[in-house]
Ligand binder design. Sequence first.
Ligand code: HEC
Length: 137
Amino acid sequence: MFALYLYSLPTHKDTVTGPVATTDSQKGGIGSPTGNGKMLYQDNCASCHSIIKDLTGPALGGVEDRIKDKKLLYAWIRNSQAVLKTGNPYFKDLVKKYDNVIMTSFPDLSDGEIAAILDYIKGHSRETTIYVCGLPD
Ligand code: HEC
């Protein structure tokens, strides 16, 4: 039941494309339906994360394949410290790998907003090869 609820999330974001569409195309976006996710990603995550290369934090491309438990993934984004306190071995190792940098908490992001961000990431993960082949950022 919970899983069903989560899986239904990405479809909702289709309804939030309108108001941000212009900004999106002005920035040279590819007209992805997740403009909202793009803005949220750029405002909150892009300072530390790229989709295709490791920065302060790991490249986020394909992250939903690495962390298949959506509940865990959403919990991490909202409050990484709380997830670490549970002793989760995947994240414990990850933090060690990233010099114990503490990821910002985003307790105010709704499920829909996180879904939009993840959708934006997913949409752009597929372009990895194009970017790597030499298009500028
Ligand atoms: C202050 C820098 C910073 C910001 C801002 C930030 N992160 Fe992170 N993130 C990290 C670091 C560093 C890690 C690696 C684990 C650690 O050290 O906490 C990480 C790990 C992650 C992971 C796990 C990645 C993997 O490969 O398993 C996800 C998912 C993630 N961040 C999503 C987000 C999202 C979504 C946002 C924006 C809402 C965001 N992060 C904002 C620094 C940041």
